[in-house]
Design a protein around this ligand. Structure first.
Ligand SMILES: *Cc1c(COP(=O)(O)O)cnc(C)c1O
Length: 442
């Protein structure tokens, strides 16, 4: 499958250049492999599906906050994990039903909670203060509204990227389970609220080893068992195990696969799959990353201090984490010629720079690629997750267009719009363009 992914990507990059998607007016675009996304969803379903078990796979909207993508995933049977009013609005615009939507933000306002309960969207409560708000709101919502769970932090430790590790001792997320008195509080909390029927954990994202993720799920499962034992019934009926499957950014190989994680969970937490619990997952990066590329024109090729530098249109505005935290978020860069064909030629150590006006705006530093020249293109690989949804408006650079692609039977490539590029008028408008000027004191 991964070979085909690379072949389709090569065809799409060529076709995008040929068809003028990366133009002088729009020198950087995002591309998404629609077939690849479908295959990722299929692989996810196949990995977890278990006879007699109710499973809801939600997609973490922050990883690709694009309505047509959410709609495609919806058609593939997925739901949405949302963490803000904006993300909820996107999921609803994509037609994701309420019973496949989960709200997870750590800072939910009363209004957000009221909306979620009113819509019947599942809520994972982050902390005791939020739970008190739910207590108060439930009585005002006809039928009590939504499935509600508690997010717990199993404190199993972090992975290789601190900012992505949500299960450290002092993580800001959820109820810290190993803190003194925490488990007693959780047991009491469930005992007092028979309607509290879910339990949620999300151990982290990129950089967290599978074993540690499984340990986090194991801790949540064990807790659910203790809650249920104390209740003398199956009070917790659904376990939400979060997302976080890491992605391989070094090659086209899809590893670890959903099947690897599901197999590990089946050995580490067998009771999770015996049919007593429903399961919710919230994968983001692993569904989309390998299905996306950024295509950008090389505007100039220059040299400084003996180092060749390709100045392209893809920098911190699209590859924000890669530029600011390059050691944690390295990506592969392909050198393409003026026709979008992969360049040949001896590898030359060079920097690939973006358009932003700060010196660190490099998507690759000292990488070995065929020497890039003005009029060439670069492709930033495995950028389908988080790169199109976390635009950084440095230098008022516009959000680039995103196109979905399919390779047809005849080898041609069809593109469909996923998001239009932000226009200059939109940039001006969102920068206060329509508002009266601030006036100097008279
Ligand atoms: C970000 C996030 C996810 C998705 O993480 P990925 O690493 O993209 O799979 C899932 N659940 C929660 C609560 C998150 O914050």
């Amino acid at each position: 499958m991964s070979d085909e992914l690379g072949i389709r990507r090569g065809q799409a990059l060529r076709a995008a250049v040929e068809q003028g998607l990366a133009s002088e007016a729009e020198p950087v675009v995002g591309l998404l492999d629609v077939t690849g996304i479908e295959e990722s969803a299929t692989a996810l379903h196949a990995a977890f599906t278990t006879p007699g078990m109710a499973i809801t796979h939600t997609f973490a909207v922050k990883a690709a906050s694009l309505v047509p993508v959410l709609a495609l995933l919806g058609e593939c049977g997925l739901g949405a994990e949302v963490a803000s009013p904006g993300e909820l609005a996107l999921a609803r615009a994509a037609g994701i039903p309420a019973d496949r939507t989960v709200l997870d933000s750590p800072a939910k306002t009363v209004a957000e909670l009221r909306t979620a309960l009113g819509l019947g969207i599942a809520v994972n409560v982050d902390n005791p203060e939020e739970l008190a708000r739910i207590d108060a709101l439930r009585s005002t919502v006809p039928g009590g509204g939504s499935p509600v769970g508690l997010r717990v932090n199993p404190q199993v430790g972090g992975g290789s990227i601190g900012a992505m590790s949500t299960a450290t001792a002092t993580s800001k997320f959820g109820v810290a389970l190993r803190d003194p008195g925490a488990e007693e509080w959780v047991l009491r909390t469930y005992a007092e609220r028979p309607w509290l029927n879910r339990l949620h954990t999300h151990t982290g994202s990129q950089g967290v080893p599978l074993e540690l993720m499984a340990e986090g799920v194991r801790a949540a499962y064990d807790l659910a068992e203790r809650i249920n034992q104390a209740a003398g019934r199956q009070q917790v009926t659904v376990l939400d195990i979060g997302g976080g499957l890491p992605v391989n950014f070094d090659s086209d190989e899809i590893t670890p696969a959903f099947a690897d994680y599901a197999a590990l969970l089946r050995t580490r937490v067998p009771g999770l799959f015996d049919g007593r619990y429903g399961l919710v997952t919230e994968f983001g990066r692993s569904l989309l990353a390998k299905n996306g590329s950024v295509l950008a024109r090389v505007e100039y090729a220059k040299s400084a201090g003996g180092r060749p530098i390709a100045v392209t249109h893809a920098g911190a505005q699209v590859a924000t984490r890669t530029v600011f935290v390059p050691d944690a978020w390295p990506i592969r860069v392909l050198a393409l010629d003026g026709k979008g064909q992969e360049k040949s030629g001896p590898p030359v150590v060079q920097d690939v720079a973006g358009p932003c006006c700060f010196a660190g705006d490099l998507v690759a530093k000292g990488c070995r690629l065929p020497l890039l020249a003005a009029g060439d293109h670069v492709a930033l690989l495995d950028t389908g997750a988080y790169y199109f949804s976390n635009h950084f408006a440095y230098n008022s650079l516009p959000r680039p267009a995103v196109h979905g692609y399919r390779v047809r039977e005849d080898g041609g490539v069809s593109f469909s719009p996923v998001r239009a590029a932000q226009s200059e008028a939109e940039v001006v408008a969102e920068s206060g363009g329509g508002l009266p000027p601030l006036r100097r004191a008279q």
